[in-house]
Design a protein. Structure first.
Lengths: 364, 282
């Protein structure tokens, strides 16, 4: 079993001062005679159970390029990860990583703040899927590349929900009061509310979002939500204590082997699409980082890696290098169609306004 | 030397008056660096952006959670005292040669880290777990009822996690009671109940007081139990602070919330000290 982001969060909160990323920040990210690429990653994102020594991808990369990989699970939360390094980044100091993989909206913040190096030589860049080729925050993909595709949908146990769930409305019906969980990720939870109201999260106004926060608060006050969590939802979902959960595709694929009754759907109103995004933090080694990105964008390398970690690959043709089962899985090879919608980019002011209302609605 | 007039600035020996300062210095430096300065910084942050309105908004924004936090901590403290006192009494007064063994039985489980112990509770309490199964079998829990994500789960875990901090101070204060007083009481026609109420209990109050503080204060600030065993309706102040402190725009409000939490705890403790009259007992 892979390590969930939540487990990592707990550990890191206890040992924050000693976490590898802090230690890494003390040493310089590059240099020396041997070439290295130092990667700050989310948990459960590398084959070989997150252990670079066991990872076929890392082994193949080092064999092909001669570059050693210093792989550190240093991201447990977009905001926390960024806050940890924002002081150094503002001063233009290197943070000790050559690659980081925040979620796209946070990568957009990094790019807007000038905290990234432009990508170097990445010939395989052309293999990125069309849906993610021209984001507003980096239209020519000169500063970032998607690492993974994450779908936000609904996982549920039909016997515990009293029937099939096909829509977001179903998830919020009174019969499921206190039995469902939603996510602390604003763009997912508010995205769902907007979709339910027939508003596209790709175009919603701030007022639409604030209204969605109010509605969410009403549902919460009525006791609809068992819990509002980050990766923590997985524990109660895998034990069957939660009947249905707003959830992330790769997580569900990861536990489905142990929970054969658990079903996964993209709701009829639509689901949310996001991607964690590779960037080169200011001061990072552009040469080794670009080599890593280029390696990941070879479909032959991307296919097996993403089949192992259960997330969607953003690389065209990656499915051809998967087994038949991996190729057939809609979780690993999502049909990128109109039903999956990415939340629109928010300006810094908009983001503060909506996040503030969201936290008030979901926590206080 | 005695009686000889003391010449000014004799040798390098520190003057009598400065000795306490030398002894205090390490503690003072530590406190200044890691308590006073951060506290000052927190106070400054709490006045950023909204200024004083950060404070006036604390109750309107977090009223429910603040109330819940104090109710949880209070119930947990009372329960810990109710469970801890008889146990401490037994160990101090009746355990004889098993005293050390029993004391270590109280302490040893706590060599395992806080987090692991709380996670273990989660495993015990989940829907298909042993505890819920047993309670359903006895019909104390309905078929769809659950223990996780209830007030009882969070309060129970708070009691469990802080119990030794209640037991140990009570044990110490009971153990040091002069046994001759207990012999004198029946000589003066006090029955067992009166001996307890008029001799033992008053003499052990400093222990109860210390134990209550050691339980109540950390319980007020705790977030691990509510995070792991509670649901949306069991969140405590600590959860709000831990979830959002890294969000830049929330920091002033949360700093104000931290100060209000400190102030409320301080008021509570002072009231408690007044009621118990511990100044005279100590």
């Amino acid at each position: 079993m892979s390590l969930s982001r939540r487990d990592f969060l707990i550990r890191s909160s206890l040992f924050a001062a000693f976490s590898p990323s802090v230690l890494a920040a003390c040493s310089s990210g590059s240099g020396g005679s041997k070439k290295t690429v130092s990667i700050a990653a989310w948990p459960a994102y590398l084959d070989g159970n997150d252990n670079p020594k066991d990872s076929p991808t890392v082994k193949a990369f080092t064999a092909a390029t001669g570059i050693a990989v210093d792989y550190q699970i240093a991201i447990d939360d977009n905001v926390a990860f960024t806050a940890k390094f924002s002081g150094d980044l503002k001063k233009g100091k290197a943070i000790g990583f050559d690659i980081a993989q925040p979620t796209s909206w946070m990568a957009a913040n990094w790019i807007n703040n000038g905290w990234v190096e432009p990508l170097g030589d990445v010939p395989n860049k052309a293999n990125v899927i069309d849906a993610l080729a021209k984001p507003a925050y980096d239209p020519d993909r000169s500063k970032s590349m998607p690492y993974s595709i994450i779908q936000t949908g609904i996982a549920y146990y039909p016997d515990k929900t009293g029937g099939e769930i096909t829509s977001i409305k179903d998830l919020f019906k009174p019969e499921l009061k206190g039995k469902i969980t939603i996510l602390t990720e604003m763009r997912d939870s508010i995205g769902f509310m907007l979709l339910m109201n027939g508003i596209s999260p790709a175009e919603a106004s701030v007022d639409d979002m604030l209204k969605a926060c109010d509605e969410l608060k009403k549902l919460r006050d009525a006791g609809q939500f068992r819990k509002i969590t980050g990766n923590g939802y997985l524990e109660d979902l895998s034990t069957g204590d939660t009947a249905a959960a707003m959830s992330w595709s790769g997580d569900i694929a990861g536990i489905q082997a142990d929970t054969p009754d658990l079903k996964w759907i993209i709701p009829s109103e639509g689901g949310m699409l996001s991607s964690d995004t590779l960037i080169i933090p200011k001061g990072g080694n552009v040469e080794t980082a670009s080599a890593w990105i280029n390696f990941l964008y070879d479909p032959k390398n991307s296919g097996p890696l993403f089949e192992a970690i259960n997330y969607g690959s953003p690389v065209k043709g990656a499915g051809d290098s998967m087994t038949a089962a991996g190729k057939a899985s809609s979780v690993i090879n999502p049909p990128i169609d109109a039903k999956l919608i990415a939340f629109r980019d928010l300006t810094a002011d908009e983001s503060v306004k909506v996040e503030d209302a969201f936290v008030k609605a979901t926590q206080q | 030397m005695a009686g000889a007039p003391k010449p000014e600035g004799e040798g390098v020996r520190p003057s009598r008056a400065s000795i306490p300062w030398f002894l205090l210095a390490p503690g003072l430096v530590w406190l200044t660096l890691f308590f006073v300065i951060p506290l000052f910084e927190l106070g400054r942050t709490s006045l950023r952006d909204g200024g004083l309105s950060n404070y006036s908004n604390v109750f309107s924004d977090n009223g429910t959670v603040i109330k819940r936090t104090f109710v949880y901590a209070l119930i947990a403290t009372v329960l810990a005292a109710a469970i801890g006192y008889p146990l401490a009494y037994f160990i101090a007064m009746r355990a004889g040669r098993f005293k050390t063994l029993l004391l270590s039985a109280v302490v040893v489980p706590f060599f395992v880290t806080y987090l692991i112990r709380t996670l273990a509770w989660k495993i015990l309490l989940y829907g298909d777990g042993p505890v819920a199964g047993f309670l359903r079998w006895t019909k104390l829990l309905s078929k769809n009822g659950e223990i996780l994500n209830t007030h009882a789960a969070v309060i129970g875990a708070l009691v469990y996690n802080f119990l030794p901090f209640m037991i140990l101070p009570i044990y110490v204060s009971l153990d040091k009671i002069d046994r001759r007083l207990l012999e004198a009481a029946p000589d003066l026609y006090a029955n067992g109940r009166r001996t307890f109420l008029q001799v033992i209990l008053p003499l052990s109050l400093p222990g109860v007081f210390a134990g209550s503080l050691l339980t109540f204060i950390p319980a007020c600030g705790d977030f691990v139990n509510a995070e792991l065993l509670g649901g949306d309706r069991q969140q405590m102040i600590g959860n709000i602070i831990s979830n959002n402190f890294l969000r830049e725009s929330f920091r002033p409000q949360l700093s104000a919330l931290s100060f209000v939490l400190m102030l409320l705890i301080l008021i509570g403790v002072l009231l408690y000290a007044r009621i118990l009259g511990t100044e005279e007992l100590a």
